[in-house]
Ligand binder design. Structure first.
Ligand code: MN3
Length: 223
C-alpha cells in the first residue's frame, strides 16, 4: 500500500563511510474525496471525523513507529525483537490498509457497478440480493471487532464474502483480494446506531462507491 521501504535505512558504503541514511516513505493518512458530512444520514459527520482523524490516524502513527523499531532491530540483527513486532505490524498496518480501502469505496454519489462486476456477483452468489445478504450476515456475525469483506479469489476466479477479526488485512491473511469492506468496530457506528449493528450494515449499502469497487475488481482480475 502507501508504505514501503525502498531501501534499508542503513547501507554499507566503501571508503570508510559506514552508514548512509536512505530515503524512506512513511505511511500517511489519506485525505477523503468528500466532506465529513457528505455521507449523512447514513454515516454522521461526527463519526466520520473521529473515525478518520483519530482512529485511522492512530493506526498510521503506530504503524510508522513500529516500522522504525523494526528497522532498528533489523540493523542490529535482533531476531527476537523482529518477531515480537509482528502483532503491532499486523494490527496497525492492517488498520491503515483497511481504512484506506474503506474511504476509497464509500461515496455520497451513487454510481453503477461495471458489467463485469455485476456478472461476477451473479455468477458467484446467484443474485445481487443474495450477495448483499451474505456480506451483511458475515459482517453482523463478527464477534467483537472486525470487518466483513467482499473479496476476490484469484485462484478460482470467484467472489466471496468473509469476515476478518480485529484489523487483520484480508490479502495478507487470506490471499483474497479486497474489493469492499464493512468496518464493524463499534467506533464505526455506535454514536449513531448504538447497539444495532445490523441497521448500520444495511444502511452502508446506500453509500458504496461502486465505481471504485468495480475498479478494484478490474485490478484484481488483471493481476
Ligand atoms: Mn475503523
Amino acid at each position: 500500500m502507501a508504505t514501503k521501504i525502498v531501501k534499508s535505512l542503513f547501507k554499507s558504503q566503501p571508503l570508510g563511510i559506514l552508514f548512509t541514511p536512505q530515503v524512506r516513505y512513511k505511511a500517511t493518512l489519506p485525505s477523503l474525496k468528500f466532506e465529513y458530512h457528505d455521507l449523512e444520514p447514513t454515516i454522521s459527520r461526527e463519526i466520520m471525523e473521529i473515525h478518520h482523524q483519530k482512529h485511522h490516524n492512530t493506526y498510521v502513527v503506530n504503524y510508522n513507529n513500529t516500522i522504525e523499531k523494526l528497522e532498528s532491530a533489523v540493523s542490529k540483527g535482533d531476531t527476537n525483537t523482529i518477531i515480537s513486532l509482528e502483532p503491532a505490524l499486523r494490527f496497525n498496518g492492517g488498520g491503515h490498509i483497511n481504512h484506506t480501502i474503506f474511504w476509497e469505496t464509500l461515496s455520497p454519489c451513487s454510481s453503477q457497478r461495471s458489467s463485469d462486476l455485476d456478472k461476477a456477483i451473479i455468477q458467484s452468489f446467484g443474485s445481487f440480493e443474495a450477495f448483499k445478504n451474505n456480506l451483511s450476515a458475515a459482517s453482523v456475525a463478527v464477534q467483537g471487532s472486525g470487518w466483513g469483506w467482499l473479496g476476490y479469489n484469484q485462484k478460482n476466479k470467484k467472489l466471496v464474502t468473509i469476515s476478518c477479526p480485529n484489523q487483520d488485512p484480508l490479502f495478507a491473511t487470506t490471499g483474497l483480494y479486497p474489493l469492499f469492506g464493512i468496518d464493524v468496530w463499534e467506533h464505526a457506528y455506535y454514536l449513531q446506531y448504538k447497539n444495532v449493528r445490523a441497521d448500520y450494515v444495511n444502511a452502508i449499502f446506500d453509500v458504496i462507491n461502486w465505481e471504485a469497487v468495480s475498479k478494484r475488481y478490474n485490478d484484481a482480475i488483471s493481476q
